[in-house]
Every structure is written in structure tokens, then in C-alpha cells.
Design a protein around this ligand. Sequence first.
Ligand code: BGC
Length: 806
Amino acid sequence: MMMKKFLFLKIIGVFIFLTLLIGGSSFWYINKTFLSFEDGYDEPNNIDQLTIEGQLFLDRNNNGKLDPYEDNRQPLRTRVNDVLSQMTLEEKIHLLKGAGMASSVGMTKPGGIPGAVGAIVPTPRLGIPTIYLSDGPAGLRIKPTRKGEDKTFYCTAFPIATLLASSWNEVMIFEVGNAMGKEAKEYGIDVILGPAANIHRHPLCGRNFEYFSEDPLLSGYMGAAIVNGIQSNGIGTSVKHFVANNQETNRLLNDVIISDRAMHEIYLKGFEHIVKRSQPWTIMSSYNKVNGIYTSESEWLLTDVLRNDWGFKGLVMTDWFGGKNPAAQISAGNDLLEPGTNRQWKALIKAVENGELSVDEIDKATTRILTLIFKTKKMQDYKYDNTPDLIKNAEITRNSAAEGMVLLKNENVLPLTTIDNIALLGVTSYEFIAGGSGSGDVNEAYTVSLQEGLINAGYKINKLGKETFNLHKLEHIESFKKPEGLEAIFNPFIPPEIKYTTEQLNKIVATSDLGILTIGRNSGEGGDRKEKDDFLLTKNEQDMVREITEAFHRENKKVLMVLNIGGVIETASWKNQPDAILLAWQGGQEGGNSVADILIGKVNPSGKLPMTLPVNLSDHISNDNFPKNPKMITIEGLVKNLIFPPNERPEAKKIRDEDYTHYDEGIYVGYRHFDKKKLEVSYPFGYGLSYTNFEYGVMEVELKNDTINISLAIKNIGAFPGKEVVQIYSEKLNSKIDRPSQELKGFTKTRLLQSEGSEVVLIQIPIEELSFWNKKTSRWSLEKGIYNIKAGASSRDIRGIAQVKL
Ligand code: BGC
């Protein structure tokens, strides 16, 4: 008996020992490969000062004299060339990859920023500091709390990019960028990993909320405005994901098979506008391949197109762990590998040793990285104090969110007048969604729900409606726990919906003046959405819409629907039921206040759709080539992929829409397709209602110096002050080539026009914007002949047409 017990204990002991050994060595391996492998490269401190001609300088290499690179009176190029000439080859190679993931999981070195997802490593011998990078794009994503500190480090959750694009207001978006830049500056972050400018190719890409639009011009102009706003603070941006990263399914290996024309006219065009209008400090290459080559290894994309054709001056970094071959990445023009691994470091050293990478190539990439470092606040020794103006930024968020919400329908409901008691229905009314999940998520201090927003605006919230929600929450308490930390990354919070009984509804209707039903959706990085129960309303949601509207209408009361969503959902089958529909998107941390501002008429809605809301998902041609059974990545899957990088399936076993995706629709994305095929849509691109009406004056169009100058007067002919988005579309008459029937070529937004107030808006379109990508010559070509220049309140509400002859 004794022996048996001893043997048993021995086995347990061995088991525990082995588990600890395997666990310990796995952690050691992960730590030394992916998290923290930078021994000997600590943040430089104890840098001496020099006083020269009464001015203080840092003697970064402590050699007792002022080197050109230490002298901030010298031109940037001189400083960079000087430091480059002082660096050893080892130091240069070291700079080409980040410091690993340690700080992103809170394991920081002294002076580090917990939660910062990446870094440019320091060069201690020359006193060059660490530069911190943080997501993006809806605000910063650093850790809100730190061990041993009472102070919190919450960041502002700004509205999602799709909402910002719906504002069509570049001036306002610049201000949002400016606020983000200021916040980054005060938290010690030098580069924001955003904006994200991929095209909404298909409504169900899980990250569409991070992207602006189905149209490249709108995406590009919005992206440039935000880059300019952020960078006006001396903070850099990383415009991502370059390029054609339009699905999350198998994103690390997916190969986009696409024509040159679609690539240039649709997928590259938005990035081109951003580069030319704002010179972002950095671009982030995407995970996917394009026509067989990883974008991060594509010299064509990163050198020929980005730098030679567009004049991009900054550096290119990989998406996190993206691509396969570090040497090929550097050669192609992808200067920085993020977040950096020990494997990549070793591979680069080896590639230099065996001649695969030349010193010249290393110098090019190093120069670009150094140029960025020298532009940063960190290099200027800026003393950030971790106290950004979160109150002011909350106000900017609130206003910008209200500016981008789109009023889809309004049958004498809004703005609210004689309403006192509002019944809030649907869980999302109480659990408002600020933004999507994944790296685009923000650690904000709070999110204002619709309930709170309406209470702040002075309304009473119907008690029975609220009680029903409370009870439901109690019954599903586990599902209402919001995932946090790592768990939140690939786990969008989607609590179960309420099922109202007829009796409950009748009582709620009897005790309230108006019903608001909120439909919520949440998605994010690492997974695409699906048609059933996501694009389409669930069975329960469909029942809710019908039963709630019927119950309120029976008592002559109205129902408003609020869509708190990050991507397109189906609207055609149910939109005739409620009296009003507000597409609130995911409006950041002040979302509930922003909606309330619109409902009470403090803000007159002026947002317009940056994409089409189709009748059926299958109306998009891209639906023929888009993953139908999306799976979400898990943290375990991610770690497994890191340790054992997935290999491509053999050619014969490749799965369509996973291993490769054919962009057979070519340039016919979004409204370009719906208009060409004259398809009915639920709400067209550029659509959005206001509480007032605008009259469009006669459009004047003049062609001068290769620019089309358009002017027209917009008059507010209603009672309510409001702003109007004016859209300019071009249409080539009698075209000899296959081209869209119309394309957005310019837009503007009026200032707030009082009743009877008017403004003459001016829009300029360089004629080269009317070019098409000529596949025969592999260049842009301008077709001669007559073009219709159309001014519209939406893509399907054209208010004036003029012609130009080119
Ligand atoms: C995302 C990027 C993000 C990076 C760092 C990646 O998984 O695709 O958009 O910037 O992680 O968080």
C-alpha cells in the first residue's frame, strides 16, 4: 500500500516537474523569440549636456563635442547622414526590426509605455532613444492602468473611421486627428498606427469599421485629413494596410488575384490621395499577397508605385508579424519589421553575411528609420506628462460623432418635440457600442449609452423597458461580462438580445410616448462577418422590429430605430416599418450623447453614406468571391501561428476565398456596380437626410489650367439650420472603354446654413482625376470628349449637370 502511494506521488511529481519544465521552456522560448530579446540595447540614459553659444545640446554619444547629428540647428538630412556614418553594420541591422511584443503585454523596460504595441529600438551607444508606436485608428491603445500607480492612462475612443467618412467633413476630421495627435504626444507615443484606408470591397469584411468607404476618393481625402491633423502635432501616422487587405479570413496567407486596373483605380487610389495630400510618416504593408507576392515583399508596390510614382518619403513597416522573408522585405522597400522577432533579427544578419542583402539596401532602410526618429518629439527630448486633455477630446468626439451619423428615414418623428417618456428597447440601447474589436479597439474610461445620453438630455426613460432589460441582464449575467485585455482582442462583445412578450410590450407602450429600438453589431480584426444573423437581422430582431412597431402604432405612437453598427446590415426588408431610422454607427465613447444631440435637434444630421446599403448581399458582385464561412482567430491560434508559421497549402489543395480570392468584379465595387447595372438599392451611396432642405443653384463649370472649377450656390430653404454635403460625379459620354456610369470626383460640405442662408461652394477637380488605368499602356489615360459633371445630394439624387469637353 505504502509502495503504491509512493509510486503514485512519484508519478505526480514527475508529471508536475515535466509540466513546469515544458511550460518554463516554452515561455522562455516565446519570451526570447517574440517578446523580449533585446539584451544590451537598453534605453540610453545619463546623456551629458553641452552648452555651445549659450544653447544646450545633448551629447548623445558622450564624446564631449557636438556632432552634426546632435545639433538640432542642422538640416534633418545632415543629422541623419552623420549618425548613419557613425553606426556599425550591427547597429543598422538591429534598427530594422522592432523590440518584440513585450511592451504590448505590459512587460516594459524602464521608461517604457505599457500597451504600446510596437517600438523602434534604441541605439544606446549613440544616445538614440526608443520610439513607441500605438494603435490606431479610433484612438490610442495603451494600457489604462499600471502596476503600483493610482493614476490611470485611459484614451479617448473616437468614432470609427466609417462614421468619420460619413461626415464628409475634412475640416472636422482634421480636428479629430489633431486631438488624437495631442493625446499621443502627451502619452509619449510618437507614431499612431492609423488611419486605415482599405476599401469596403464587400460589406462583411470584419474590419470595415476601421476603414472609410467603398470609394477611393472619399477614403483618400478622409485619410489625408486625419493624417494632416495628427501630424500637425509632430506625431507620425502609419497608413494601413497597404494594400488590398479586404478580408480577415486567412489574412496571413490570402492571395488577392486582381487586375492591374482595379488595383490602380480602386485599391491603390485612396492611398495615393493620402500620400500626395499628406505625406504620412509611415505606411504599413498588409498581410496578404497580391498576385502571388506578399505586399511587404513587393518591390513593385513599395518602391515603384509608392515611392517612384507617388513620391512617398517616409518609411514602410510590416503589419504585425506580416510576410515571410525578412531579407526580401527590406530589399523590396519595407524598411521596418514590426513588432520584430529574434528570428527576423538572425535572418537579417545571415542575409547580410551571405550577400542576399547589400549594405546599400540596409543603409536605405536605416536612413528612412533614422529620418523618422529625428522628426519625433522623443528625439527632441519632449517631456510628456501623461495628462492629455481628455475632457476636450471627449467633446471633440461627441461633436464629430454627431456630424457623421446618417438619418436614413424620418416620418415626422425627429427632432423630438412633445416627447417626455422614452421606451428604450433592445440591449444595445443600454450597452452602447463605442467601436469594434481587435487592434482598432481603444481602452476608454467610459462609453455613454443611449440611455445615459437621453437622460443627460432631460428625458425620462421608461421604467418597464428598463426593468425588462435589467431582468434579462441578470438572467444572462455571464454573457454580459465584457471581455477584457487579451481576451477582448478577438472577441467582440455581443450580449444576447431580449425577447419581449406581447404583454411586456403592451405595458411599455402604455407607459411611454415613443419607442426607440437599437440594433447592435460588433465585429473586428481576425474574423469576417456572415450573412445569416449578422448582415441579416436575426429572427428575434425581425420579430422585435415588427412587434414593437405594431404595438406602438396601435396606440398612435412612433418608433425610431437606431443602428449602432460598424458595418452594413440589411435594411430593405424592414425599413418600411419604423417611423424613423438613425444610422448612428459606432460613435466612440460619447456615442449616446451624440445620438441624443441629434434626436433633440441640438445637431441637425448632416452625415451621408460612404457606401451603398444594398437590397441583397448578393447584389454586390464581390459576394461571388468572399469567404462564406468565416472563422475568428483565437489568441491560442495566434501564438501557434507565431511559433509554427503556417505554410501555404499545396496548389491542388488551395481553398477558394481563403488561400486566394479572385477580385473578379474588377473596378465594379459598390455604387460603381449598382449604377452600371441600374440595380435597385436600399439606400444609395452619398444618401442622408436632414431636418431641413437645400436648394441647389445653377452649377457653373469652367476648365482652366487642366482643372475643372465648379461653383454652385446651396441655399437652406427649410426652417432648421443645417449643413449640406455636395457631391460631384463625373460621367464620360460615349466612352470607348468599359467604365463606371459615374464616379465621385469631388465633394464639399457647407458651413452651418441658417434658414434662408446660402453659400457658394467651390470644388476643383484636376482633369487627371478623370483618367482611367489603361491596361494596354500600363498608364493612366485621359479619354478625350465630353464629360457630364453632376452635382448631387447623393449618387442617385443629381441636382445639376454641366458639361466639359476635354
Ligand atoms: C493589425 C494592425 C495593427 C497591428 C498592431 C495587426 O494585427 O492588423 O492593424 O496595427 O496588429 O496592433
